[in-house]
Design a protein around this ligand. Structure first.
Ligand code: SF4
Length: 326
């Protein structure tokens, strides 16, 4: 088995929320609330959950766009948690992020060539001529070409803009990329092309990905393992096939049942799990299991005791009291 490139241990990212003048209790939004996981060299870990579950906050905390509230981020054996800006610089080159909305993340006043060159300048990589050569190489790698170098982001389609976002992430020869919903804003016809490009790049450049998405169908083909997040917590983690074929957590079962099936005959026979109950808030969450208000299998213990993520089968972890005795 490949060694771990990244380990996160009991990672938390909490945000203080401003109280109204009538509220005494301090409000804390627990976007990431005690997550531990490892990502192996060369693998893709898919991370799935509904909007607001904290998956993007987790990605941003790992690349240290957000400072963690507590916990450890260990990258290639080095603890990044308390490094200062200067000490982080060499790691920033190796750890990159691709954003959901490429239009918002690209400077509209810069040409594509300048956008890709900028990280090289920040990290003092290559001389001027080499930079131009490198930009061309990267454009070809992501399926663009030299005619695109002098154009501006608004001249591109959504899929091409996301290719520019990928090219910028590749500018400094990264090892690990957090892909934050990179295909969610794209047409379905373009999504598969971007996934194929990311897979080809992984093969050619030996990259490791954390691939964030809001539904399980999006991560199915690209992920080696899949983690499911709910309200700041990781609730299930296993090999990709295991999650799709034998899910254990009731929330994963509901997410899987919501994946549309193209064959109408099979689709009609498929049982859909409709989650009922209030969607809780990650602000000062109540005790017990965080999924209890929507879980069709909840029982007494779930109201009081918070389940821990435990390995209940080989390489299959779940946080649910139903599996305490497995
Ligand atoms: Fe449902 Fe209880 Fe399991 Fe939570 S611990 S997922 S409420 S059965």
């Amino acid at each position: 088995m490949a060694e771990n490139l990244l380990e996160i241990k009991d990672l938390r990212k909490h945000f203080n929320i401003k109280n109204s003048i009538f509220e005494k209790k301090r409000k804390i939004l627990k976007a990431v609330d005690g997550i531990s996981l490892e990502i192996r060299k060369g693998e893709t870990l898919g991370l799935v959950g509904e909007s607001g579950c904290g998956k993007t906050s987790l990605g941003r905390t790992i690349v240290k766009l957000y400072e963690p509230t507590s916990g450890d981020i260990i990258y290639d054996g080095k603890n990044l948690t308390n490094l200062n800006f200067q000490e982080m610089k060499s790691f920033r080159r190796k750890i990159q992020m691709i954003f959901q909305d490429p239009y918002a993340s690209l400077n509209p006043r810069q040409t594509i060539g300048d956008i890709i060159k900028e990280p090289m300048e920040i990290h003092n990589l290559y001389d001027k001529n080499e930079r131009d050569k490198k930009v061309l190489e990267i454009l070809e790698l992501v399926g663009l070409n030299n005619t695109h170098m002098s154009r501006y982001p608004h001249e591109f389609s959504g899929g091409q803009r996301q290719r520019v976002g990928i090219a910028r992430a590749l500018a400094c020869n990264p090892e690990f990329i957090v892909c934050d919903e990179p295909i969610s804003a794209l047409d379905v016809s373009i999504q598969a092309q971007i996934i194929n490009t990311l897979e080809e790049l992984q093969e050619k450049l030996g990259l490791t990905y954390l691939f964030i998405a809001h539904d399980l169908s999006m991560v199915k083909h690209i992920s080696d393992r899949v983690g499911i997040m709910y309200l700041g917590k990781l609730v299930e983690l296993a090999e990709s096939d295991t999650v799709y074929e034998t899910p254990l957590h009731p929330y994963t079962e509901a997410l899987l049942s919501a994946i549309p099936i193209p064959d109408p005959d099979i689709s009609l026979k498929k049982e859909r799990i409709i989650l009922e109950g209030d969607i809780p808030t990650p602000i000062n969450p109540s005790g017990g299991c965080r999924f209890k208000s929507r879980c069709p299998k909840a029982f007494e213990k779930c109201q009081i005791v918070e389940p821990e993520l435990r390995e209940v089968k080989e390489n299959h972890k779940v946080a649910c009291h139903l599996y305490n005795k497995v």
